[in-house]
Design a protein. Structure first.
Length: 317
């Protein structure tokens, strides 16, 4: 089986590349390395079942090999990055999805879209079910990311309707683990890096907003189960354990054995107040639920970032 994975040098994409190669598949990884990193796929270099194409997926791409799956994971998902590169974020979601759907159509391949919980915006329904249409500010600062994913879903289902394309859509909630970037600006990586460096932990608002965090290995298993299911509608994949951001900060300080203090900043515009997936469909149809506890996942992730920071210090010494 040949699988094309866009964003394959990114956080989740690199885990997918590694997993499918371990299962005996051949993986074609496409990434422009804008937020991805060659370090994430360094261990795959030289593997005969792995090939890498450095290209922006929003541009036309020709693949000569037959494909069974096209998996579109290329995205500028970190607020730190998409707030600075709004047009590039929209192009990745819109033109990138269009490119990938065209490849899937040409190759008679199945198509997998990595959507996001952000399509729900700042939700007025809690927890969020797949039937909830969201509460999104279409012209707000986060709209470049939110609307790129909402439009990507619309385009995906247009291809399903007009071309009978076999599609899967995962609405991925906050995920964390190894191969996150040190400077990606996401809440867990931010808190861990600050704690390990002994810096103040940056909490926005009073930290009362909630999030739900899924360890990456659990997500990968959920993705594989969705691929193998006969189910084409959007499906939430995430961990339903909900906690306040301030409690996350305190837990990371504890696990990192840090003496960092918490520093508060104004809450950004349109920042979701609550975020928790309803995973009833994944439980029922996929027989899937997260297995890794927050403490176990955070411990592994802290160990990973500690190694990365030590390597960074050694490189500059």
């Amino acid at each position: 089986m040949n699988i094309l994975i866009t964003g394959g040098a990114g956080f989740i994409g690199s885990h997918l590349c590694r997993y499918f190669i371990s299962q005996g598949y051949r993986v074609i990884c496409v990434d422009n390395l804008f937020t991805g990193s060659r370090d994430n796929i360094a261990d795959l270099t030289g593997n005969p079942r792995f090939s890498f194409i450095e290209q922006d997926i929003s541009l036309p791409l020709y693949i000569k090999e037959p494909l069974e799956w096209v998996m579109h994971f290329a995205s500028i998902a970190s607020p730190r990055h998409y707030l600075s590169y709004r047009i590039k974020t929209l192009k990745s979601g819109l033109l990138g999805t269009y490119t990938c759907l065209g490849i899937a159509k040409e190759k008679h391949a199945k198509f997998f879209l990595a959507s996001t919980s952000e399509i729900y915006g700042d939700p007025t329904v809690h927890p969020q079910t797949e039937e909830y249409n969201g509460n999104v500010n279409t012209i707000g600062p986060r709209s470049c990311y939110d609307e790129s994913k909402r439009s990507a879903e619309a385009l995906t289902y247009a291809y399903q309707y007009e071309w009978k394309l076999d599609v899967r859509v995962a609405r991925i909630f906050n995920t964390y683990g190894e191969h996150m970037q040190i400077d990606d600006g996401r809440v867990i990586s931010n808190f861990i890096v600050q704690a390990l460096r002994g810096q103040p932990i940056s909490v926005y608002g009073q930290g009362a907003q909630t999030r739900s965090f899924c360890y990456v290995s659990d997500l990968i298993h959920g993705i594989e189960k969705l691929m193998n299911a006969d189910y084409a509608l959007p499906m939430n994949l995430g961990n339903p354990h909900e906690l306040k951001v301030i409690d996350l900060a305190k837990e990371i300080i504890r696990l990192a054995r840090s003496d960092s203090r918490v520093e508060y900043f104004p809450l950004p515009e349109d920042d979701p107040h609550r975020r928790r997936p309803d995973i009833t469909k994944a439980n029922t149809l996929l027989k899937w639920a997260p297995q890794v506890s927050l403490e176990e996942g955070l411990t592994r992730t802290i160990e990973y970032f500690n190694r990365k920071l030590n390597q960074e210090r050694d490189a500059h010494s």
